[in-house]
Design a protein around this ligand. Structure first.
Ligand SMILES: Cc1cc2nc3c(=O)[nH]c(=O)nc-3n(C[C@H](O)[C@H](O)[C@H](O)COP(=O)(O)OP(=O)(O)OC[C@H]3O[C@@H](n4cnc5c(N)ncnc54)[C@H](O)[C@@H]3O)c2cc1C
Length: 82
């Protein structure tokens, strides 16, 4: 199976099983954001939230809470930066 992302094709190499199938942590590491604003330390003017960051929780609402809380912080900081 091939997963296409951003125009590139990547080979599927495995699975973490059903417990993790509902959430994916993506490429930006949480150590490279300011948690007060969710601003990236790598790119000025970039604010990150939810699954774009490499943070994931077990099933039970933790991922929704992460997405909503970081989305609130990132959105507020992005508006204030304008
Ligand atoms: C079937 C399923 C069940 C789940 N159940 C739970 C649960 O019970 N509890 C829990 O905590 N978590 C659950 N999750 C995980 C939770 O839904 C996610 O962690 C959370 O929604 C991530 O939020 P997000 O804003 O980061 O990403 P998303 O919710 O994926 O939002 C990303 C948005 O960006 C849009 N988008 C993508 N590309 C572009 C583009 N180029 N331009 C503009 N817009 C774009 C997409 O259309 C989408 O609306 C579940 C996930 C799945 C798939």
């Amino acid at each position: 199976m091939i997963v296409t992302t951003g125009g590139r094709s990547l080979p599927r190499t495995g699975s973490d099983g059903g417990d993790y199938a509902l959430v994916r942590a993506l490429g930006h590491t949480v150590t490279e954001v300011d948690f007060r604003t969710m601003a990236s330390r790598r790119a000025d003017g970039l604010f990150l939230a939810g699954e774009i960051l490499d943070c994931e929780g077990r099933i039970g609402g933790f991922n929704f809470q992460w997405a909503w809380a970081t989305g609130f912080l990132a959105g507020r900081a992005a508006v204030r930066s304008l």
